[in-house]
Design a protein around this ligand. Structure first.
Ligand code: FAD
Ligand code: DLZ
Ligand code: SF4
Length: 506
């Protein structure tokens, strides 16, 4: 009997467990562009174009390799993955599907309830299985990433020497917090001219997703493994050496700084996470990059990336509905490109719109920080992040947003909320110099909204955080402020929130 082998849009890896379990000479690979996947959030047009192009090229690669591939283009067939499987089963006389577990509970459930036998195999493109993560987490009162990361270093042997961390330290983060540089001597990610496959997809996306937030023009992403590898090699040579130093910096006129722009390729399966880490380790071993850059980058991949996936699957399907701080405000229009006087928000949203990309600190300390301080409903924040970034899939996006950024999981991931006044953004960027607001002003009409909302947030959530040992100092500072200043901050913070509620720009 013929088996169907399901390959989803973010499973474009030769080593995929479903492909490994299949028989090239007898089974049929099913790949489908379907409205349900393209529409569960209003994905950025560049994200859809990237994924459909990469899917089409991967299907061709499989068929060149001898597989029979049943590929449905958007609009050609069914609207859901389950529907596509049922239709293909009919066409090929199959009664069983071999799949690799999807990265989202929604789709896992859809496959579980699809009226055909679907065997969901573990996604072993990750270092830690669900069982490994559960075993690590068991019995721990706090699940801090740093300790999980050390386990992953030992397991992979990356940057290990005689069982000890290279250089004598596990973590070189203290060297990775330099402010924005005056000059960036890296020209950014490698750009690829759309080929015929990509051009066809671009026309489809322009036709079908014109109303989605995001620009489609100037599409430059790699869309196959060979291109992604070329981009990786280029970045390792030119960008990685200063990645660590300026990892947290933000610049008005440089969107990518020294970042890898590899998340979208790894998450879709075009690059293997270990392959990427090994390339970085090799550059460090060759003396081409400093230890803080190599360790800092490898920690993001085998530490943070694996850790957030572990949390997503351990916490269960209700994770995205968590709202520990009971925030209910609607997501303001500025997130969809509406007017704002805040330079940092404008820059981050503008670049998100054009590139489907913003780096970690922009996501965490600009748009994430503002949403948390303003008390935005975390479910809406989550859907925004899932829609607008080319690397966003729920298993990775939700823990970062619901957990790390919005503290909506009650502290599973973060030991304290990632909130800051304008001072942090000022220190790490050159945004404030051209902002309508004044970052040094704490109150008054020109005061930076982050300054007002920071104290407003701490004040209104006193019950939740005043006993947190990492926040005691801040409450002590607030308590020492004179009553008149505190009243002004609360009144002016209320006024900003009222403007957001009225749909007025802030
Ligand atoms: P680099 O800065 O070059 O970092 C290297 C790689 O490390 C990334 O490509 C990624 O694979 C990994 N990495 C780094 N930090 C994390 C992290 N916190 N969690 C998981 N992997 C990490 N990452 C996603 O892949 N998808 C998302 O949807 C996503 N949403 C995020 C939302 C918020 C609010 C925050 C704060 C972070 C989010 N991240 C997400 C993590 C991180 O911002 C992106 O991985 C990174 O910006 C991607 O750009 P890059 O490839 O240039 O990464
Ligand atoms: C993100 C996405 C999009 C936009 N479209 C498709 C699609 O048409 N077909 C498909 O197989 N996968 C798509 N994906 C990726 C899935 O949404 C992804 O597999 C799940 O979110 C699980 O991570
Ligand atoms: Fe952002 Fe405040 Fe700086 Fe303006 S002054 S760019 S709002 S941090």
């Amino acid at each position: 009997m013929v088996n169907l082998i399901l390959v989803l849009g973010d499973q474009l890896s030769d080593t995929l467990s479903a492909l490994q379990a299949g028989d090239k000479t007898a089974d049929v690979v099913v790949m489908a562009e379907v409205a349900d996947e393209a529409g569960y959030v209003p994905h950025h047009p560049k994200k859809i174009a990237f994924l459909f192009s990469a899917m089409r090229k991967f299907a061709k690669r499989l068929s060149d390799d001898g597989w029979t591939v049943d590929y449905a283009k958007l609009g050609d067939g069914e609207t859901s993955v389950c529907g596509a499987l049922l239709a293909a089963a009919e066409r090929h006389g199959a009664d069983r599907v071999i799949a690799t577990e999807p990265g989202e509970w929604r789709l896992i459930n859809a496959l579980t309830h699809c009226p055909i036998t679907v065997e969901q195999r573990p996604d072993d493109r990750f270092i830690a299985s669900h069982g490994d993560f559960a075993a690590w987490a068991q019995g721990r009162t706090t699940l801090r990433m740093e300790f999980f990361y050390r386990e992953m270093r030992k397991r992979t042997g990356l940057m290990m020497e005689d069982g000890k961390p290279a250089g004598g330290q596990w973590n070189y983060d203290h060297d990775n917090r330099k402010a924005a540089p005056d000059q960036v001597d890296y020209s950014g990610p490698m750009r690829f001219k759309p080929d015929a496959v990509v051009e066809e997809v671009l026309a489809l996306v322009a036709d079908r997703f014109a109303d989605n937030f995001g620009d489609l023009d100037d599409f430059w992403f790699a869309t196959d493994q060979a291109q992604a590898r070329r981009h990786l090699a280029h970045w390792v040579t030119k960008g990685l050496p200063k990645f660590g130093d300026f990892q947290d910096a933000m610049l008005d006129d440089n969107r990518f700084l020294y970042h890898g722009i590899v998340g979208l390729y790894i998450n879709a399966g075009l690059l293997d996470p270990l392959e990427v880490c090994q390339a970085v380790e090799a550059a460090w071993q060759a003396g081409d990059v400093p230890i803080n850059a190599a360790e800092g980058f490898i920690r993001q991949i085998i530490g943070w990336r694996e850790y957030v996936r572990g949390i997503y699957f351990m916490e269960g399907p209700d994770y995205t509905q968590r709202n520990g701080l009971k925030h209910t405000r609607d997501l303001p229009a500025v997130y969809w490109g509406g007017p704002t006087f805040m330079r940092c928000m404008k820059q981050t949203v503008d670049q998100t719109k054009t590139e489907a990309y913003a780096h970690h600190i922009q996501r965490l300390m600009v748009t994430g920080n503002f949403a948390l301080l303003a008390g935005i409903d975390p479910g809406q924040v989550h859907e925004w992040y899932l829609a607008v970034y080319a690397d966003a899939y729920e298993w990775v996006e939700a823990p970062n947003v619901i957990g790390m950024s919005q503290f909506a999981d009650g502290g599973v991931i973060a030991s304290k909320p990632y909130v800051s006044s304008g001072n942090y953004i000022h220190k790490m960027s050159n945004y404030c110099g051209s902002c309508t607001y004044k970052v040094t002003q704490k109150t008054g009409k020109d005061a930076c909204p982050f300054n007002l909302l920071y104290w407003h947030f701490l004040n209104r959530h006193r019950e939740a955080f005043s006993a947190n040992p990492r926040m005691g100092n801040m409450y002590a500072v607030w308590d020492r402020m004179d009553q008149g200043k505190r009243d002004t901050i609360v009144t002016e913070g209320d006024a900003i929130l009222a403007r957001l509620d009225a749909g007025e720009p802030v």
